[in-house]
Design a protein around this ligand. Structure first.
Ligand SMILES: C[S@@+](CC[C@H](N)C(=O)[O-])C[C@H]1O[C@@H](n2cnc3c(N)ncnc32)[C@H](O)[C@@H]1O
Length: 327
């Protein structure tokens, strides 16, 4: 296939992943990927459609029996992606919810549209500062504001629908956990002995107890709780912060990385740890800026990845060149 060495434990390809023809059958220990969501995110050309479902058949072919996979998705289209994965032989095991609080609902004030539709002038009740967008560096760092008129509906129907909108606030990203079936006739233990795959790495993904917190359960594990299918970008202080907390990426942290959907390395560490063990080979067919690869190398895994776009591929090369096993 290709040789990976101690000093260069990864191989990346600047080409379409479809076919995965450079990879042999039954050779990959785990899949971690963030494919196009098919929602035309910020109008990016590569996000117009979900991946052709053939890629999941290709992926199943190269994964070892019993291997696990994690596939990022979007709330609106994860059902289609799950069907594509299942139709191509994967078992759907779970969906991890990565929750966040700073999502913006896509909505508009429909009551004012109703006034307009009925030819009624809405009342002006003041002014407000309209923020035109945020710069890199976070919400406190925004583009100039502009004054806009604040209006309230005036027609009877407009008043009835005051405050009505089009969407609820997005607060999580789904990550689908899948598995290639075990070899027919093998128990989990026999599958692990034969291929090294078939189990999740729960030991390396435990959530440490909070300081001063008593251990929980009848037989508390010294390292902490078993990881849950909810992750959060920050603690929410609602009494349920027993989840792994992973902040979102702020673009300014890594200025040369211009990829619009870069995933945080801390999150990728958690995912790499969950579905693989030391020295195993991880595949990402849709690398983007290479976050799966960086986390894999840092955690002493081997990595193979594909990225179609030449500019993003150069970012992968640059990030991987300086990535060292460190954790
Ligand atoms: C959502 S992004 C991945 C971002 C990544 N998680 C990161 O942290 O940078 C998906 C990537 O898939 C790439 N892509 C789309 N179709 C592809 C194909 N057929 N083969 C390889 N890469 C493809 C796009 O160029 C895009 O960079």
């Amino acid at each position: 296939m290709f040789t990976l060495t101690h000093s260069k434990p990864y191989k990346i390809f600047n080409q379409s992943c479809y076919g995965l023809s450079v990879l042999d059958d039954n050779t990959i220990d785990a899949l971690i990927t963030d494919p196009p969501y098919g929602i035309s995110y910020q109008n990016h050309y590569w996000d117009k459609d979900l991946p052709d479902k053939q890629i999941w058949a290709d992926t199943l072919r190269v994964l070892k029996q019993g291997a696990f996979g994690l596939v990022f998705s979007s709330v609106r289209l994860m059902h289609r992606l799950m069907v594509d994965l299942e139709d191509n032989g994967f078992i759907i095991k779970d969906v991890i919810f990565w929750g966040y609080l700073n999502g913006m609902p896509k909505s508009r004030d429909v009551a004012l549209d109703i006034d307009k539709e009925l030819g009624v002038e809405s009342h002006v009740v003041g002014e407000y500062d309209y923020v035109q967008g945020y710069k890199k560096g976070g919400a406190e760092n925004y583009y100039a504001t502009k004054k806009k008129l604040k209006r309230t509906p005036c027609s009877t129907l407009g008043m009835k629908y005051k405050g009505a909108g089009l969407g609820i606030k997005p607060a999580y990203e789904p990550i689908i956990l899948v598995q290639k079936p075990l070899e027919i006739g093998l128990t989990v233990a026999k599958n692990v002995v034969k291929y090294g795959t078939g189990v999740l790495n729960l030991e390396q993904t435990r959530i440490p107890y909070a300081q001063g917190e008593g251990k929980v359960g009848h037989n508390p594990h010294p390292q902490g709780r078993v990881t849950a299918n909810i992750l959060r970008v920050e603690e929410w202080g609602d009494g349920y912060d027993k989840f792994f907390v992973v902040p979102k990426v702020r673009q300014s942290v890594d200025t040369f990385n211009k990829h619009p959907t870069v995933k945080p390395i801390e999150l990728m560490h958690h995912l790499v740890n969950l579905v693989s063990f030391d020295g195993q080979l991880i595949l990402d067919p849709f690398m983007g800026s290479g976050s799966t690869g960086v986390a894999s190398v840092q955690l002493k895994r081997r990595f193979v990845g594909f990225e179609l776009d030449n500019d993003y591929f150069k970012i992968c090369q640059k990030r991987l060149r300086v990535s060292k096993p460190s954790l």
